[in-house]
Design a protein around this ligand. Structure first.
Ligand code: F6R
Length: 598
């Protein structure tokens, strides 16, 4: 939540910061702002709403002032926490003398006491944010100390989790730090970068340094920097990593939205999820075999892939397997022993609740395996074993391809535990081909669009499935809610008659997930029970059922792989309903990707 970009170098910082913000917008789109400094001028521009509003304002100013350029700049896209969505609350925030500018992701928990202290010393605040204490505190220390020492003293006084970048107009220097929130550094030929995520500067460089908590980086000039850890007080020489993601992967290309681009990437993503180092996969399989139980943790969509993992591991491996959404994990921790294996799943690797669950488990001596998409993310660094899901950058706020990648990897692990790794690989390749053909099938797409039109005017719908289809129902409901603002609730088919059926009225849409399994018959009975009470029943499954009001046929696969097969249709449905309703599917209201605050 909240995106940060900073640059010091030979190129025009205005352009670099704007490009960076475009790539970071998925982290928050309540407002955006930038501050760029050239030799004798400072440009501070902020706008509420999406980054394009800021871009328009920048262009307007450029038309009047052709000197709108600079060598150092910082930018921010905001997901509001403290203070409403106003220009005053947009970042960068600044000191009274307007020499210190700050962008921040996270929360300064002790900001009220710091603000009180600073107000007493005569500082004037112009926003309602927690962030604004940072430039004022640096300004206060600046009366006695250098910029570097002032930053260090300030960072040491902040409670909470944060990533911060400070620009000092007077010295033309940039300093960044992180504690709990993401911040990575890029090393380009022409200059240095800091950002919340790699795609922000990927079109300029793929050389990246992953900063750790407590690291403070100081850009001395366009090429030189010093990294010091504020906890160990040591100056560090950190490894420069070469990132394999390409800049094309992080762009929309020929597609109108990232959501559709990322759904179309699913066949490739399933194949790539199966590209695992055999030795590491074997070690993870052995850990599972030796463990007393396996416990999955994650949030949101990643949580649904964990629930699927729980179903698979319990039913097919016969292992004691648990799952909890990460924010509730502490309630289950007392029941886990040291021989439990924790599997944490996260696209971003930065979701705060997932990180906290992992830290709690590690404190108890529990081993952690994480399944992650973003290389170098915090989760990859605090886990004992890491398997990358290899989905490439996911920019749409709604998780689509990463869900399929997580499920594919969980299925591959299952096969590895059964000593059938190669069979798992083969099966994943096969389903990747089948989904590829489905996504290219014009009739199938036309059918989804037709259904989307029909559902675009409904207020709520229900989703029903049994067994392995149950996690899919939850994911369906989430995609429909967040993507197209339709209230959707998911139920296990067996729960219907325990209360839910009271909500069914004439015309209530109900999506029924089906697959070839011993539960199919019972699910069909549930569908008929719904229909006889007036529901409009929509089936998704391998064999068209004539009594259904609408049926989306998908290729027949075994029950395990229906976990993958039944998902793209509902992701597409969410996408096309959003378009019907005029919603930007990449940036649904109130949301941001990568939830880095509680
Ligand atoms: C839903 C969605 C979220 C994320 C959740 C976890 O479309 O994107 O529910 O799945 O915030 O995020 P990660 O996987 O980054 O930990």
């Amino acid at each position: 939540m909240c995106g940060i970009i900073a640059y010091k170098g030979k190129e025009n910082a205005v352009q670099i910061v704007m490009d960076g913000l475009r790539h970071l917008e998925y982290r928050g789109y309540d407002s955006a702002g930038l501050c760029v400094v050239s030799k004798n001028k400072t440009f501070l521009i902020k706008k509420t709403g999406k980054v394009e509003n800021l871009l328009r304002e920048v262009k307007k100013k450029q038309a009047h002032d052709e000197m709108l350029e600079g060598e150092i700049g910082i930018g921010h896209s905001r997901w509001a926490t403290h203070g409403s969505v106003t220009e005053a609350n947009a970042h960068p925030h600044f000191s009274c003398d307007q020499k210190i500018f700050v962008v921040h992701n996270g929360i300064v928990e002790n900001y009220e006491s710091l603000k009180e202290e600073l107000v007493k010393k005569g500082h004037r605040f112009v926003s309602e944010t927690d962030t604004e204490v940072i430039p004022h505190l640096i300004e206060e220390y600046r009366k006695k100390y250098s910029f570097v020492i002032s930053c260090e003293k300030t960072f040491n006084r902040l409670d909470g989790l944060f990533a911060i970048v400070v620009l000092d107009k007077e010295t033309g220097q940039i300093i960044g730090t992180r504690k709990g929130s993401p911040l990575v550094m890029g090393i380009g030929n022409q200059g240095l970068f800091l950002a919340s995520d790699i795609p922000a500067f990927l079109d300029k460089t793929n050389k990246v340094i992953f900063l750790d908590d407590g690291d403070m980086v100081h850009f001395i000039n366009n090429q030189e920097y010093i990294i010091r850890n504020l906890i160990s007080k040591k100056t560090l020489k950190k490894k420069i990593n070469i990132i394999k993601w390409t800049k094309e992967e992080a762009e929309k290309g020929k597609y109108p939205h990232f959501m559709i681009k990322e759904i179309k990437e699913i066949p490739e993503v399933i194949k790539k999820a199966a590209w695992q180092d055999k030795k590491t996969l074997k070690s993870v399989a052995n850990l599972i075999k030796k463990s007393s139980s396996v416990f999955f943790v994650a949030c949101g969509t990643a949580g649904h892939s964990c629930l699927a993992g729980q179903y698979l591991f319990s039913s097919l491996l016969g292992r004691r397997t648990g799952f909890s959404v990460a924010s509730e994990f502490k309630n289950f921790l007392p029941a886990l022993d040291k021989k439990t294996l924790l599997i944490a799943v996260s696209q971003s690797g930065e979701t705060i609740d997932t990180l906290e669950a992992v830290r709690m488990a590690k404190e108890k001596g529990i081993k952690v395996v994480s399944l992650v998409n973003v290389m170098g993310s915090t989760l990859t660094r605090i886990s004992d074993y890491v398997l990358m899901i290899n989905a490439g950058p996911e920019k749409c706020v709604l998780a689509t391809k990463s869900y399929l990648a997580q499920l594919s990897l969980i299925i591959l692990i299952l096969f590895a535990v059964l000593d059938k790794h190669s069979e798992g690989e083969r099966e994943l390749k096969k389903i990747s081909r089948q989904i590829g053909l489905l996504l290219e099938d014009k009739k199938f797409i036309a059918q989804i669009k037709q259904l989307a039109k029909k559902l675009s005017s409904v207020d709520h719908l229900f989703v029903i499935g049994r067994s392995y289809n149950y996690p899919t129902t939850l994911e369906t409901a989430l995609k429909i809610k967040e993507g197209c603002y339709v209230h959707a609730e998911a139920f296990a088919g067996g729960e219907l008659k325990h209360g839910v059926i009271a909500l069914i009225e004439k015309g209530t849409p109900c999506i029924i997930h089906l697959s070839k399994s011993e539960e199919e018959e019972n699910t069909l009975i549930n569908a008929m029970e719904l229909q006889s009470r007036g529901a409009y029943i929509i089936g998704i499954g391998p064999e068209k059922k004539k009594d259904f009001d609408f049926f989306i046929t998908v290729p027949e696969v075994s029950e395990i792989f229906s976990l993958l097969m039944n998902v793209p249709p509902i992701q597409l449905l969410s996408y096309y309903i959003a378009l019907e309703k005029g919603i930007d599917p990449d940036k649904p209201r109130n949301l941001a990707k990568s939830v880095t605050v509680k």
